[in-house]
Design a binder for this molecule. Structure first.
Ligand SMILES: [Zn+2]
Length: 301
């Protein structure tokens, strides 16, 4: 067999293999452990890329919202609640590099970055009246992380060129131009980054997951409804709380929470085994935070 012929044969034999693998790459799916949803691998940010994006955006976003509340005791309390919830998440999610940050900002907001970075502002936490409500807020944000909602938005809405850059960036690389571009989209617009506001479906999913995690951690999921009532009251004020722009569709959310409380959580709601912890919240958070002055310039406006 001549060299030329051998080459042609090889090409001929390889062609179906190549076509097959392209086909697999284009139609290949991965299943999200928290939601059970399938998503196409094409344009999917790997868990490593999500972690790298979260770590890249963390310091900028923290800065944008007045930095951390300067109290290691209070941060430790928030972290303890967050870690208790994160431990109840699915598959490999408990081992994500979780970080729970209490932002020293009077605005009312909470958000999460991909890969396990969760934030709540003191402005929001100070409106809450028990630990289970805070667990509801953190659980909702954890739900955005485990359901990979930011990755979903990236996958659905970013330009193909940027996507290609992201996908070719080395996993774990924190200095790629693409990661910086995405960080800008998250932190930009006065902290109300484009990628940090969610669709109705994503909001409902995050609530569902939040209630799952909080109840697994021993909190009464009725507190999730209490949070919505507190936010509703704030919305009646002069300026709608910022959280309404990052987490829209409050009416749909309350309707779904009520339905879940009446069905899935009917046996749990009011069961004394599932707690609200108002006293512990007062002692470990509301009292000590009241002694820490708010910063003069408020971030995230
Ligand atoms: Zn949300």
């Amino acid at each position: 067999m001549s060299n030329m012929l051998a080459q042609r044969m090889r090409r001929f034999l390889l062609a179906p293999v190549i076509l097959l693998s392209i086909g697999l790459a284009a139609t290949g799916c991965t299943t999200n452990a928290a939601t059970g949803e399938q998503r196409f691998l094409l344009g999917y940010m790997s868990p490593q890329q999500q972690i790298a994006l979260g770590e890249q955006a963390l310091p900028e976003l923290t800065q944008e919202y007045g930095g951390e509340v300067p109290s290691s005791d209070i941060q430790a309390y928030i972290t303890q609640i967050g870690e208790k919830l994160a431990a109840t998440t699915e598959a490999d999610n408990p081992s994500l590099p979780w970080k729970f940050t209490l932002l020293n900002s009077p605005v009312i907001n909470a958000f999460a970055l991909p890969g396990g970075k969760v934030f709540v502002s003191r402005g929001l936490a100070e409106k809450l009246t028990n630990e289970a409500q805070l667990a509801g807020v953190l659980g909702h944000e954890i739900g955005h992380v485990t359901a990979e909602h930011i990755a979903e938005r990236v996958q659905a809405q970013m330009g193909t060129q940027l996507l290609a850059q992201v996908l070719s960036a080395a996993a774990g690389s924190s200095d790629s131009a693409a990661l910086q571009q995405m960080t800008d989209l998250i932190v930009g617009y006065g902290g109300q980054g484009y990628l940090l506001s969610f669709s109705r479906g994503q909001e409902l999913e995050a609530d569902k997951l939040g209630m799952r995690y909080m109840s697994r951690a021993g909190y009464d999921p009725v507190a999730q409804r209490q949070v919505m009532v507190i936010l509703e009251k704030e919305t009646g004020g002069a300026r709608p709380p910022e959280i309404m722009s990052t987490h829209p569709y409050p009416e749909n959310r309350i309707a779904q929470i009520d339905e879940l409380l009446a069905t899935k959580y009917a046996d749990i709601t009011g069961n004394p085994k599932y707690k609200l912890y108002p006293e512990r919240y007062r002692k470990r958070f509301l009292l000590p935070i009241s002694k820490i002055p708010e910063p003069k310039a408020s971030g995230g406006q």
